[in-house]
Design a protein around this ligand. Sequence first.
Ligand SMILES: *[C@@H]1O[C@H](CO)[C@@H](O)[C@H](O)[C@H]1NC(C)=O
Ligand SMILES: *[C@@H]1O[C@H](CO)[C@@H](O)[C@H](O)[C@H]1NC(C)=O
Ligand SMILES: *[C@@H]1O[C@H](CO)[C@@H](O)[C@H](O)[C@H]1NC(C)=O
Length: 138
Amino acid sequence: MKCLAIPALLAATARAFFTSPPDGHPNYTIGDELVLEWELDNPPAATFVLTLRAENLTAYAYIPGPFGSQIGLYDLRDVVLEEALPLANGSYTWKVEPSGGDATFIGPEVYYYLRGDWKVTGTPYSSGASTDYFHLVN
Ligand SMILES: *[C@@H]1O[C@H](CO)[C@@H](O)[C@H](O)[C@H]1NC(C)=O
Ligand SMILES: *[C@@H]1O[C@H](CO)[C@@H](O)[C@H](O)[C@H]1NC(C)=O
Ligand SMILES: *[C@@H]1O[C@H](CO)[C@@H](O)[C@H](O)[C@H]1NC(C)=O
């Protein structure tokens, strides 16, 4: 039972982790300050890795998949913003900028979100959580 309890707890905490920015796919202007906030009653680790994820949802190519299907290839550009952000901080202000500083990688086709990943103290588990996606505009 103890083994089952840990992942269940993580699943619950992961969903509730980020309390801002709000859902609803807002557009953030480059140079804005996006305040990321999180909250956990029982912090599962001391620090977490904060990654900015960006994906162009229009495939740039297709390759043949099984049974005659086509598999889309997508431009994914992740950037680690913080290697060890203290969970105890509870918030982080990110000055909005396109992934890798590429000012063309913005607009409605490109889905951005922020992701936190941590190793759960005293267990072999890793866990994480993401914000809802948002877009960058000029
Ligand atoms: C974001 O901007 C696009 C135009 O680039 C617009 O169509 C969309 O409604 C905007 N989204 C929000 C949530 O304001
Ligand atoms: C997204 O990918 C499509 C297909 O490669 C490309 O035409 C488009 O310019 C890309 N958009 C951005 C914002 O990079
Ligand atoms: C975390 O909080 C400490 C204490 O307020 C602050 O010095 C530090 O810069 C914060 N770290 C980040 C990455 O925001």
